[in-house]
Design a binder for this molecule. Structure first.
Ligand SMILES: NC(=O)c1ccc[n+]([C@@H]2O[C@H](COP(=O)([O-])OP(=O)(O)OC[C@H]3O[C@@H](n4cnc5c(N)ncnc54)[C@H](OP(=O)(O)O)[C@@H]3O)[C@@H](O)[C@H]2O)c1
Length: 293
């Protein structure tokens, strides 16, 4: 089995990917900034600050992974806006350092935020990021496209899935927690997304590794829904009071960072070429809360 390096192993996607690929029998080498938070004894975890080029070069030399899945990033648009230098250092420069070896299959986890309005978007549509986070991810994509080795760009959107100790809850968990406590919530109905069940991304990436598929792939959900509709589905699946959910428009919450009204990703290319077959949003919510609904 191939040796796979997962960066950002303590993050939401990183932890899920580690567990998924270890379970499938791959040799997983994982890196993060702090102590290991991945609940698995079957992987090799190392602390590595990806913004330190020497540290990264040494690490790649010693471990020589066949595949690098680069999930590490400053992934919150508001944080990127608040500290642009740190955003560029982490999202762009760290990607440059990881690309140094050139001998691994490099799988870069990007985002729908590289696009602007009028989604859902196809893989080769013209990028038009609306905020600095999207701009930084686009710059990293350009570095990935610029090297001659085997590279793949994976774009998910609005990732959700199961959580455990050491993982922060997603939007769905926020909705469920509030409704369980009988608290009313206001949720935006004039933004459209294609939320992605995290295990679907893991399955899509495993196929990319095995097929050695290169180029760009959208690994997103198949349903186009607003956060308000996501909240209603969460209430339905969890058997909670949907009457507590108030429908509002995005201008109710003035944000420092611009976000698209109609975002989302088209997945036909991944369906056609990878056999990608994501669950429906309702099924994904069910799987997310399975066992504790
Ligand atoms: N979440 C979404 O809805 C979504 C949607 C589309 C695309 N994406 C992309 O998917 C990827 C994973 O997202 P996520 O939600 O799983 O992110 P996340 O939970 O924020 O995890 C990102 C990880 O990167 C690590 N990291 C940050 N700076 C680092 C550095 N200098 N050196 C080493 N590690 C560093 C963080 O470590 P610490 O824990 O130590 O801070 C964190 O664990 C990101 O590239 C993001 O852009 C996410």
């Amino acid at each position: 089995m191939k040796k796979i390096l997962i960066t950002g192993a303590n993050g939401f996607l990183g932890q899920h990917l580690c567990l998924f690929l270890v379970e499938k029998g791959y040799e997983v080498v994982a890196t993060g900034r702090g102590d290991c938070r991945v609940p698995s004894g079957d992987l090799h975890y190392y602390k590595c600050d990806l913004t330190e080029s020497n540290e990264v070069a040494l690490f790649l030399n010693v471990h020589a992974p066949a595949v690098i899945i680069h999930t590490a990033a400053i992934s919150k648009p508001d944080d990127c806006n608040a500290d642009k230098a740190s955003c560029l250092n982490t999202n762009v420069e760290a990607t440059r350092y990881l690309l140094q070896t050139g001998s691994s299959h490099f799988i870069y986890i990007s985002t729908d935020f590289i696009f602007g309005e009028n989604g859902p978007h196809e893989e080769d549509e013209f990028p038009d990021p609306l905020n600095f986070y999207g701009e930084s991810k686009l710059q990293a994509e350009k570095l990935v496209k610029g090297i001659t080795g085997k590279t793949t760009i994976v774009r998910p959107a609005f990732i959700y899935g199961e959580i455990w100790q050491g993982l922060k809850g997603t939007f769905l968990h926020w909705v469920k927690n509030n409704l369980e406590q009988g608290k009313p919530i206001k949720v935006v109905s004039d933004q459209l997304r294609t939320p992605t069940y995290v295990i679907d991304i893991c399955k899509g990436i495993e196929t990319i590794i095995n097929k050695e598929a290169t180029g760009a792939y959208h690994l997103a959900g198949k349903d186009i829904v607003s956060p308000y509709e996501m909240a209603l589905t969460t209430a339905k699946v969890a058997g909670l009071n949907a009457g507590l959910i108030e429908k509002v428009t995005a201008d109710t919450f003035p944000e420092p960072v611009k976000r698209a009204k109609r975002s989302g990703l088209k997945i036909e290319k991944a369906q056609r070429e990878l056999g990608y077959n994501p669950v429906s949003f309702e099924e994904g919510v069910r799987l997310t809360f399975e066992g504790n609904v």
